[in-house]
Write a protein that binds this ligand. Structure first.
Ligand SMILES: [Zn+2]
Length: 208
């Protein structure tokens, strides 16, 4: 088992806000109760940058959502949570993520994509204990990381990749940066025995 790294409290705070937005207060409370996290129901973690949230807890909340809705239903919900997570992160933690100062308007779409994705990878590495990298090919960006809360989720590996929250976060960040929707898929996952998480972001927008 990997070392249980820590997230800042603010990361859990925005995850709770995002999950509430998607599932409702009562919905989230039901998920937490059923997932053995009843002590968290109806409560908010502190919104500060102290590194006090174990990866395992962050993963356990996502797993509770998957267990509650089933893998298929949970995928769409977790992606929506990821989208909301980006919006709350932008609002609550723009300094942490370094987005506030982004001058995007003058740039072509491809450069905007690269900039926002690189920012997220950098914030992941520097603030969230998730070392990662971004590569560019002619038709895609490939994002990898070597640590993730998914390493602490107990689930059937046959279900497949599980970082749908991350996919939603990438999609919403790209929408924010470019006004367009892009296809993002996870191709490798630490949870199912791969040595990295890997995400492919297609450069051609879905709306074109
Ligand atoms: Zn992962």
């Amino acid at each position: 088992m990997a070392e249980d790294l820590k997230y800042p409290n603010a990361s859990l705070y925005v995850l709770i806000l995002a999950a509430e937005e998607v599932m409702g207060k009562n919905g989230l409370a039901s998920v937490l109760n059923q997932g053995g996290l009843e002590y968290m129901a109806g409560k908010y973690p502190p919104n500060n940058l102290k590194q006090q949230v174990p990866f395992s807890l962050y993963g356990k909340i996502q797993q509770a959502i998957e267990d509650f809705y089933g893998p298929r239903g949970a995928k769409a919900i977790l992606m929506r949570v990821g989208r909301a997570l980006f919006r709350y992160s932008l609002h609550e933690q723009s300094k942490l993520l370094g987005f506030a100062s982004l001058a995007l308007k003058a740039l072509p779409v491809n450069a905007r994509m690269k900039l926002i994705l690189s920012k997220i990878v950098k914030a992941g590495a520097e603030e969230l204990s998730m070392p990662g990298a971004i590569e560019e090919t002619s038709d895609a960006f490939i994002i990898t990381r070597t640590a993730c809360p998914c390493q602490f989720r107990e689930r059937d590996p046959n279900i497949g990749v599980c970082d749908h929250v991350t996919i939603g976060t990438f999609q919403e960040s790209l929408k924010w940066a470019t006004g367009k929707n892009f296809r993002v898929k996870q191709t490798r996952c630490l949870n199912i025995g791969d040595d990295i998480d890997e995400f492919i972001v297609e450069k051609t927008p879905m709306d074109d």
